[in-house]
Design a protein around this ligand. Structure first.
Ligand SMILES: Cc1cc2nc3c(=O)[nH]c(=O)nc-3n(C[C@H](O)[C@H](O)[C@H](O)COP(=O)(O)OP(=O)(O)OC[C@H]3O[C@@H](n4cnc5c(N)ncnc54)[C@H](O)[C@@H]3O)c2cc1C
Length: 1059
């Protein structure tokens, strides 16, 4: 796919040499080891073998240890053990045989690792032809050194193989002198062996350069006056050597090889075509090589009559219609040639397949430098910075081209690029999906909801990265931008983000080399954020605030691509280890993408202006019509009308008056409904709950449900994020719902009347998120219509159920059924005659990993074997008609299709179920508290004791003040958690959710308790809702998870993120 490799110049490979030489020279000045500068006085180069010409034993060992599950570092440690007199060094001096060495060495390794270490297998690998192969870059360098008349030597610590031959897997003809430790009986760093080498070369120490990967060996050489180069990676070492010698060591066309057998093209017809094209008469040969890369579109280097050309063609065989679009590449490069964007000079597009088998185009070979390693090793920080600045500048040039002016206005669709891209990549990902990757699922939901509001449309490159650029050899200037295969019209910021991927990937990342493990400041490379800023500055744009979105999208795209590769590797020839490795990359990259989504959420959240400062004008529940219900108004704003710009999806909406106009209208409609219908009905509803008919639903509730439905006050709870098309609910955000839920929470009955009560809400959300269409049709619809009710059965009397992994109820497969057995309690709603569905959590596989043992089944309540033992009471309250039941499940047969998502997915589902539903109770608790405080205020104003109204008592005033403060604190935390859930998702809001669950029930208990106290004994009676509120607030310190569990979460996250 990449043409980058086509343009790597051979003779200019030493680009920036002047600068680089200076850099090296400066290093020399501070070092006594390097006394010579420049290249003229050197007459020989001496190479160590392992780690310089072939892979080092240490590197081979690392790979072998992983494959053989040997503790990492064992081999290296054992090699070094004993120093001069250890088995390895004695082996190098041929004091022991291979057999003797392996015996001693094996024992040592096994002692060190406390496991049996098959050292024979390591030794075979180390000496195998597969591993012991000379690095091509070194072969090339040696050829050039000798061509310049310098001598070469190898000075190696090596050993005799069992066949009595010394281990030297090199072409001996490459060297004038070979010095082997096993032959001489002396090892480096003994100075004698260096002297021996110099003697055989007939040179003074200062006339030679020595390359080794080990510090002590280099030190010994340097102390004799030999110039040294430490070899960490052969490519960089060769560059350093070039700088010392003063001539290039790479002369062929880099990254080319003889044309592969399957990729051969007819030379005669190509030559005829080129002669016609170039108008030349030549009888000379046509030289043809193939670039290593560019397998998607095979790419060839051609030399004909002193012309250096590149041919890029479609591959043979049947192709996907939109892939391998070389015509587009040709078109855009031709169009850009005169538009100030550096591109290779394209010569011709030939669509006649008879010439080389498939359509192709020809361009001129562009000499220059390509930096493959984005950390730019060997350069000075200022040079690195200059390279990245030049990269940024050329990107700005691409994005500044007027597509119309260069005839590319129809090169892609106009506008809506990101939404289209998101759709495309979601589709591609789904097509190659092999298992559920949680981060990908979250991104698929998140990306469409966070699309940038404004997008520019320009030409975009589509694969803009450092190694697609050819640089000038002597200055930081881009000579050509390559690989336009993915170019189109689109949002330019996608290119900017894409060119920053390397910032976040490790240097070992196999597909795209990165440098997240390097110190950018030290390297001099601008950080991604700065790179974005540079771009905006050059383009004259305001800073890109949402650049994290673009990073999230770019990594999502990369993850989708990797998933495709993984899928193909599963079906193709790749080994299972390789396939598994690729699979892990998708997950790794998707997690990176999600990290950016979270960052973007936090950014929006943090930068959110508090548009409507809290200025309370009044906060009263006016005198109630009955003792039970208030008919006042709650307002936190002195602003009578919120401006339409105060859309509730913008800032953190802390008062109902700041909601967007439609939601504000809904809020007021609900408030009116509460005042008109709900509060007045409370006494009757309460007496029904105390009557003998309490285990049947109250007809008044059913009547009020119809009214609420008719007024559109129905199913308000489903968050927009779970139901983006508003198929099932009102499509409110969590913050919008928080205000409405609080209002419903001021009455114990309103949630059910508006079909917004637990546990149905959680169960409905579960079905929306995870249910099959059949499950939705059967269970979700009746629940949404309010015709049925449901319960959730997890807690068990015999185990501590705050840790859900403890649950024991079994779900066993039997033919086409699952059979469940278990004992549950505290199952809210199970006694209600309308309850048709029990969402049951049990264990399908007690031997699976801890969080994969559980499964969720949809159990029809009329299935035989469900035995309700008794209703439980909370402080004596039964909470009829739903109640809280203790129940046994005895051989309950449930059809297999009632499993949700699949066996082992129970934990995942339970967490999803507790998504937004997790803070609904907290929202209602704020409602309880507001109502309690309003009732308290009304009471203390009218009640006189000891000659004055209670409200004039300082302690009462203090209680009122304290309650107000506590409610406001808790409400802000509820809203903040809801807001964060909207912006960054439920996972990112985990800390805030846990905090509010810690805070809200206790706060409500205290506020309600003060109200009860102010009421006197009446506060404990059922004449007021206070006692019931109090009971619920207390119970929620278990029902919504025990306080301690939330505290543990808060502490864990605090320690993890805020140290
Ligand atoms: C009114 C009400 C309604 C309920 N409705 C339902 C329902 O519909 N469905 C359902 O399945 N369950 C329901 N429950 C049960 C509720 O979910 C459990 O009570 C809760 O999960 C705690 O489990 P447990 O009672 O087994 O307490 P245990 O797990 O035995 O815990 C006991 C105590 O141990 C301490 N503890 C536990 N973990 C930690 C920790 N990490 N650190 C420090 N201390 C800790 C806490 O003090 C905790 O209260 C309801 C409970 C109530 C009160």
């Amino acid at each position: 796919m990449c043409v980058r490799s086509c343009f790597q110049s051979s003779c200019l490979q030493w680009a920036w040499r002047t600068a680089f030489l200076k850099h090296i020279q400066r290093r020399h000045q501070g070092s006594h080891r390097w006394t010579h500068l420049g290249g003229s006085t050197y007459r020989a180069v001496i190479f160590d073998m392992g780690g310089v010409l072939i892979p080092s034993p240490g590197r081979v060992a690392a790979e072998w240890e992983v494959q053989n599950r040997i503790p990492s570092g064992t081999i290296l440690k054992a090699l070094m053990e004993g120093g001069e007199n250890g088995p390895w060094m004695r082996f190098m001096r041929a004091e022991i045989t291979a057999e003797g060495f392996l015996r001693e060495f094996g024992r040592l390794c096994s002692e060190m690792s406390k496991t049996s270490v098959p050292v024979d297998s390591f030794f075979s690998l180390l000496t195998s032809e597969r591993v012991a192969k000379q690095f091509p870059v070194m072969t090339e360098a040696i050829t050039q050194i000798r061509a310049k008349g310098l001598q070469t030597a190898v000075l190696s610590n090596n050993f005799y193989l069992p066949n009595q031959k010394s281990f030297l897997p090199l072409d001996r003809k490459q060297f004038d002198v070979i010095v082997e430790s096993c032959v001489e009986g002396i090892c480096k760093p003994d100075p004698r062996i260096y002297k021996l080498c110099l003697e055989r070369l007939g040179l003074q120490p200062s006339e030679s350069i020595f390359l080794d990967d080990l510090g002590p060996n280099l030190k010994a050489a340097a102390s004799l006056g030999i110039h040294t180069i430490k070899v960490n990676d052969p490519e960089t070492a060769v560059k350093e050597l070039e700088a010392l010698l003063g001539f290039t060591l790479r002369l062929g066309v880099p990254n080319t090889q003889p044309v592969r057998k399957t990729m051969e093209i007819p030379k005669d017809s190509l030559k005829k075509y080129l002669k016609d094209l170039l108008g030349i008469q030549t009888t000379g040969p046509l030289e043809l090589l193939q670039f290593d890369h560019g397998q998607s579109n095979p790419t060839y280097y051609i030399r004909l009559a002193n012309r250096d050309l590149v041919l890029r063609k479609k591959p043979p065989g049947t192709l996907l219609p939109s892939a391998h679009a070389i015509e587009r590449e040709f078109r855009i490069m031709k169009a850009l040639a005169n538009a100030g964007v550096p591109v290779p000079n394209v010569l011709d597009l030939c669509e006649d397949s008879s010439v080389v088998g498939t359509p192709f185009y020809v361009m001129e070979y562009c000499p220059g430098l390509i930096y493959k390693d984005p950390s730019l090793p060997g350069l000075e920080p200022s040079h690195r910075r200059a390279i990245y600045t030049a990269m940024n500048t050329v990107l700005c040039k691409i994005h500044s081209v007027d597509p119309q002016a260069v005839g590319l206005e129809d090169y892609g669709k106009q506008g809506a690029y990101i939404p289209r891209q998101v759709r495309t990549w979601v589709k591609q990902y789904r097509a190659s999906e092999t298992s559920t990757i949680p981060a990908m699922e979250r991104l698929i939901e998140w990306l469409p909801l966070h699309l940038p509001h404004q997008q520019r449309t320009t030409l975009v490159h589509g694969d803009f990265r450092l190694d697609n650029l050819v640089f000038h050899p002597e200055k930081p200037e881009v000579l050509a931008v390559l690989d336009w295969e993915l170019s189109t019209l689109g949002d330019p910021l996608v290119d900017v983000a894409y060119s920053c991927l390397a910032h976040y990937l490790p240097s070992s990342f196999p597909v795209l080399r990165g440098f997240n493990d390097c110190d950018l400041t030290q390297l001099g490379i601008p950080a991604a954020e700065e790179y974005f800023r540079m771009y905006c500055l050059q383009m004259g744009l305001p800073p890109t605030e949402n650049w994290n979105f673009y990073m999230a999208f770019s990594f999502f795209r990369l993850a989708a691509i990797l998933q495709g590769v993984y899928r193909r590797s599963l079906t193709g020839q790749a080994s299972s280890a390789h396939a598994e490795q690729t699979g892990k990359l998708t997950e790794f990259v998707s997690n990176l993408a999600w990290d950016f989504a979270v960052k973007e959420g936090f950014r929006v959240f943090k930068e959110m202006p508090f548009k409507n400062p809290l200025t309370r004008s009044c906060h009263t529940w006016a005198r109630s019509q009955s003792q039970w219900y208030p008919i006042g108004t709650r307002s936190y704003s002195s602003v009578p009308e919120a401006s339409p710009a105060h859309a509730s999806r913008g800032g953190l909406v802390i008062s109902p008056e700041s909601l967007s106009p439609p939601v504000r209208e809904l809020y007021h409609r609900l408030k009116h409904f509460m005042e008109q219908h709900v509060y007045p009905a409370e006494p009757e509803l309460q007496s029904h709950q105390a009557s003998a008919a309490r285990w049947s639903p109250s007809p008044l509730i059913e009547d009020l449900k119809k009214k609420a439905k008719a007024e559109g006050l129905w199913n308000l709870f489903l968050p927009l994020e779970a139901d983006p098309e508003k198929k099932y609910g009102a499509g409110l955000t969590n913050v919008e719902y928080a205000h409405l839920c609080e209002l419903m929470g001021t009455s114990l009955y309103a949630p059910e009347i508006c079909n917004c009560s637990a546990p149905d809400t959680g169960n409905m959300e579960l079905l929306v998120r995870y249910g099959t269409e059949a499950q939705k049709a059967r269970w979700l619809m009746p629940l949404l219509e309010g015709k049925a009710r449901s319960c959730f059965a997890m807690t068990e009397p015999q185990v501590a159920s705050s840790d859900a992994t403890n649950i024991e109820a079994s779900i066993r497969e039997e033919d086409s059924f699952y059979v469940i057995n278990g004992h549950k309690w505290w199952i809210t709603g199970i006694l209600d005659p309308r309850c048709q569905l029990c969402v049951f959590m049990g264990k399908t596989d007690p031997h699976a990993p801890r969080h994969r043992q559980q499964s969720v089944l949809l159990v029809p309540m009329d299935t035989p074997g469900i035995k309700i033992i008794r209703p439980l009471t909370v402080y004596g309250l039964e909470d009829a008609p739903g109640g809280h039941g203790e129940v046994r499940f005895e051989h309950v047969h449930v059809p297999k299709e009632n499993m949700v998502l699949g066996p082992g997915r129970g934990f995942e589902i339970a967490q999803g179920r507790l998504g937004p539903g997790r803070i609904h109770h907290c929202m209602r608790l704020i409602g309880f508290s507001e109502r309690a405080l309003a009732l308290m205020k009304a009471r203390v104003k009218s009640r006189v004791a000891f000659g004055k109204p209670l409200v004039e008592q300082g302690t009462v005033l203090a209680d009122i003040a304290q309650s107000r403060v506590e409610i406001e604190q808790a409400r802000l935390l509820v809203l903040r958690a809801a807001h964060l859930m909207d912006l960054a998702g439920n996972k990112a809001a985990a800390l805030d959710i846990a905090m509010i669950k810690m805070v809200a029930p206790s706060m409500a208990s205290r506020v309600i308790d003060r109200a009860i106290q102010a009421f006197g004994a009446a506060g404990l009676s059922s004449d007021y809702p206070l006692a019931q509120f109090f009971t619920w607030a207390r119970a929620l310190r278990f029902a919504d998870g025990p306080d301690e569990v939330h505290r543990a979460t808060v502490a864990k996250l605090e320690l993890k993120h805020r140290i």
